[in-house]
Design a protein around this ligand. Structure first.
Ligand SMILES: Nc1ncnc2c1ncn2[C@@H]1O[C@H](COP(=O)(O)OP(=O)(O)O)[C@@H](O)[C@H]1O
Ligand SMILES: [Mg+2]
Length: 337
């Protein structure tokens, strides 16, 4: 059974300037132990999706208008505040993008570790808190963890601060770890080290991982399965190897073509023409159709379903791909000309 099951999730933000249709029917199942990457341009709804799993989108203005989220069978959208508090951190741990915003500058690392631990285990003694804090900081490969407890966030490098946030996300022994752009604020070398740490933790602790990034390279370094989002919907969901070798959706192809290829310096990366839609007035049908080289009349009318392409585990939401795949079926069910 799936650990996480998202069905037709729809979410809007109500603002003075109108209603933004941010999540447009998300379908995603994640099995225990999977490492899934979610990729897509900035603004496509990755963070809103991640926060909706923990019910952390501010409401108002956010409102879930349809669908369901189940974690290990439990109905997340139906949970009361007490159940949500129990779930956050203990079932699902989350690492946010910006270590500066999520660490408080006026408290020491030790105080902030203790606060997180106490939220999960209120009865811990000071000595136990200290020991657990040191063990957690060591588990994210921070040297001299004992000494770090009396340091303030500004005394740490960006990479160290991100490790502290990962340690905090692990404090409640979650089964699912969500890391939302965990390395975007870091330089490339540190980025690689933090990604290696996440991959290692996932293996060692048997975690299920949802790694979110706008960068396919980051996702590809850690995840065996890649989910591509465009404007609030999943357009492709495939094993990483298949996605890089044989991308199906025109948007995924565009994303891949935009990555510089170091082995082929003569190959110029090309960006996808146009820009992401205004979510208050999203395009009808497939939201990618105004930018799509394969767009057909049906694309402006109907949202394509996410269906298996060349393999059962390779899902694509594209009318053009569906048509090119199944001429026989179309012939059978269609009316003779
Ligand atoms: N609190 C909020 N209020 C209003 N709109 C929001 C809020 N949070 C996110 N959005 C909107 O939701 C859309 C998706 O945002 P986000 O999930 O942060 O994108 P991504 O993480 O993929 O870059 C954006 O248009 C953003 O402006
Ligand atoms: Mg984001």
């Amino acid at each position: 059974m799936s650990l996480l099951e998202i069905r037709d999730l729809r979410l809007v933000f109500d603002g003075f300037e109108g209603r933004a249709h941010v999540l447009d029917g998300i379908d995603l199942s994640v099995a225990t132990g999977e490492a899934v990457g979610i990729v897509g341009e900035t603004g496509c709804g990755k963070s809103v999706l991640a926060r909706s799993l923990l019910r952390l989108n501010p409401s108002p203005p956010a409102r879930v208008t349809g669908g369901a989220i189940r974690f290990d069978g439990a109905d997340i959208l139906g949970m009361d505040q007490a159940a949500l508090r129990r779930m956050r951190g203990r079932d699902i741990g989350m690492v946010f993008q910006d270590p500066v915003t999520y660490l408080n500058p006026v408290f020491t690392i030790g105080q902030q570790m203790a606060e997180v631990l106490r939220a999960h285990e209120p009865g811990l003694s000071r000595r136990a808190l200290r020991a657990r804090s040191v063990a957690l900081l060591e588990s994210v490969r921070l040297a001299e963890a004992e000494a770090l407890l009396s340091r303030y966030p500004h005394e740490l490098s960006g990479g160290m601060r991100q490790r502290v946030l990962i340690a905090q996300a692990l404090a409640g022994n979650p089964r699912l770890l969500i890391a939302d752009e965990p390395t975007t604020a870091l330089d490339v070398t540190i980025q690689r080290q933090v990604l290696a740490l996440i991959a290692d933790l996932v293996r060692r602790l048997g975690l299920t991982l949802m790694l979110i990034s706008h960068d396919l390279g980051v996702i590809g370094a850690v995840c065996r399965r890649i989910v591509v989002m465009y404007s609030g919907a999943i357009v492709e969901d495939a094993p990483a190897e298949a996605l890089f070798r044989a991308p199906q959706h025109p948007y995924t192809r565009g994303l891949l073509a935009a990555i510089p290829d170091l082995n082929r310096p003569e190959h110029m990366p090309t960006s996808i023409p146009g820009s992401i839609p205004d979510l208050r007035h999203p395009p009808s049908g497939c939201r990618f159709h105004p930018r799509c080289p394969l767009a057909m009349p049906v694309c402006a009318r109907e949202k394509p379903p996410l269906i298996p392409a060349d393999a059962a585990q390779h899902l694509v939401a594209c009318h053009a791909v569906a048509q090119s795949m199944a001429p026989a079926e179309f012939g059978l069910s269609g009316t003779p000309a």
